[in-house]
Design a protein around this ligand. Structure first.
Ligand SMILES: [Fe+2]
Length: 143
């Protein structure tokens, strides 16, 4: 069973950022499923690594978008991102070092809590600023 389902209440009013958040939710579910079904070290490790990488990628472009929008809460938000990504990186490093507790239920619940609280709190706050900003944030030339 999925750990977390996308819900319209998670929408931050920006298609690219909503799509990123869906991908992060999806990766968290993949990690949960891989752990629950006893997948190999390699399979779980791949998901943990992709989750850490995508988290950083997403945070960078969310920050670029907030900067482009002149969002006044950018610095505090950036600090929250650094903190979150350090935690995810730490999980990845622990997994790569052989610590299997990284995919235990309580750790996954904690990740789920971090992600949903961040989206519903910090991310929701920038909604009025980024609504009209094009998706040029993190990729040169945009899509
Ligand atoms: Fe954020």
């Amino acid at each position: 069973m999925a750990l977390l389902a996308w819900n319209e209440m998670y929408s931050v009013g920006h298609a690219m950022l909503d799509s990123d958040h869906r991908i992060l939710i999806n990766l968290l579910n993949q990690l949960h499923d891989a752990a629950e079904t006893g997948q190999s070290r390699e399979v779980v490790g791949t998901v943990v690594n992709v989750l850490a990488e995508y988290t950083e990628h997403h945070f960078r472009r969310e920050e670029a978008l907030m900067a482009a929008a002149g969002y006044p809460g950018l610095e505090a938000h950036r600090a929250a991102h650094r903190d979150l990504e350090a935690k995810v990186r730490d999980l990845r490093d622990r997994w790569n070092a052989g610590d299997r507790s990284v995919v235990e239920e309580d750790v996954l619940e904690m990740l789920k809590k971090w992600l949903t609280e961040h989206i519903l709190g910090a991310d929701k706050s920038y909604e009025p600023w980024v609504e009209g900003i094009a998706d040029s944030g993190g990729s040169a030339g945009g899509e």
